[in-house]
Design a protein around this ligand. Structure first.
Ligand code: PSU
Ligand code: MN
Length: 343
């Protein structure tokens, strides 16, 4: 057999062999930053951050400013940020400042969910990881807590189009706690809640009994459970682990009051953006980025300001949860210690 083409990622040629041939386990092609590796080794608090919000969710250069800001917020709250992305086929857990820059102004980055993660690695491509792919990489690295803006869900009309975000299946499958600001009204919120319940995903209102609606603190729909402190979320994570339930926890954290846009104000713009998407026959992966970009324009930038505020708030709550979890592992928390939740 001739040698591998030079463009093949190193993990496919050097040292590791495909398991089907030899039974040798292929090491996942993941690069942890020194800071993240050290924090994980010492069981210090680490918060995973997604990157589709950088590559597809916000325009340049606000995307880069937001990515840097939330990393700084995370550090200020005594947790190590681990922005997860794929750069030239390498899965990064803890992107460096130069890598963040490269990602933020990448030419045509992929949008990576569970379905495309392996493809990006195999082909040496660059992409932002959605909630689903970020959860997978976080779990591989041993990170238990992850902050994002909003999750994907059942799209409106999803009962006919079957457009249901891979984020929901991932939450059912991968043991990572995801802090979000609920879901956007571009989605079918009640069906998203139903789907999560069916797949066994706890949706926890953080200091609220209602599902937050991203730019607005409240939607008309109630959440099935509520937690008011980081320790409560950690207790839930540990109880689920002890019961062997598998899958993640979704923490729904409302946008701060000062930053919210009233539900009705956004609802009208959402209806208009959805109508434009229908007329232009936008489908598949393009739907969410199209709607986000249209809402940015239709709200004259207000949606972006609110979006940045809510991501920062989610990072703060995720850092508090990660710190409470680390306290348990260190034996200094109110709860008794247990093994890492993924393990
Ligand atoms: N919702 C937002 N902003 C985002 C996304 C969702 O309010 O940036 C991104 C997240 O990365 C999420 C993904 O995981 O879109 C979901 O895409 P889809 O609906 O194609 O599954
Ligand atoms: Mn979709």
């Amino acid at each position: 057999m001739s040698g591998m083409p030079p463009s093949r990622p190193a993990f496919l040629s050097a040292g590791s062999t495909l398991s089907a041939e030899t039974g040798v386990r292929v090491q996942p092609p993941i690069t942890l930053s020194d800071e993240v590796a050290e924090a994980l080794r010492l069981h210090r608090p680490v918060v995973a951050l997604e990157s589709t919000i950088i590559t597809h969710g916000m325009p340049y250069p606000q995307n880069l400013a937001m990515a840097r800001q939330v990393e700084a917020d995370c550090r200020e709250r005594k947790a190590v940020p681990a922005t997860i992305a794929v750069l030239d086929g390498d899965i990064l857990v803890g992107a460096t400042p130069a890598q963040l820059q490269a990602l933020a102004d990448a030419e045509s980055p992929l949008k990576l969910s569970r379905a495309d993660l392996g493809f990006a690695v195999a082909m040496g491509r660059t992409g932002g990881t959605t909630v689903s792919a970020t959860m997978i990489c976080a779990a591989l690295a041993g990170i238990e807590v992850f902050a994002t803006g909003g999750i994907g869900g059942v799209h409106r009309g999803g009962e006919a189009s079957m457009d249901i975000s891979a984020d929901l299946e991932e939450l059912a499958r991968t043991p990572v706690t995801v802090v979000c600001a609920g879901a956007k009204a571009i989605l079918d919120l009640p069906r998203t809640l139903e789907y999560l319940e069916t797949r066994g995903v706890p949706v926890v209102g953080y200091g609220t009994d209602h599902l937050p609606a991203f730019w607005s603190r409240q939607s008309p729909w109630r959440v099935p459970m509520r937690a008011d402190r980081p320790e409560d979320v950690v207790a839930l994570m540990m109880a689920r682990h002890a019961l062997g339930l598998g899958g993640g926890v979704l923490v729904a954290n409302p946008i701060p009051e000062a930053d919210e846009i009233p539900y009705e104000t956004m609802a009208a713009l959402v209806d208009q953006a959805l109508e434009e998407a229908r007329l232009q026959r936008i489908d598949g992966k393009a739907v969410t980025p199209f709607l986000l970009a249209r809402l940015l324009a239709l709200s004259s930038g207000a949606s972006l300001t609110a979006n940045i505020a809510l991501v920062r708030h989610n990072v703060a709550v995720a850092a508090a949860i990660a710190c409470a979890r680390a306290d348990v592992l260190a034996g200094t928390g109110a709860l008794s210690p247990s093994a890492p939740i993924g393990g």
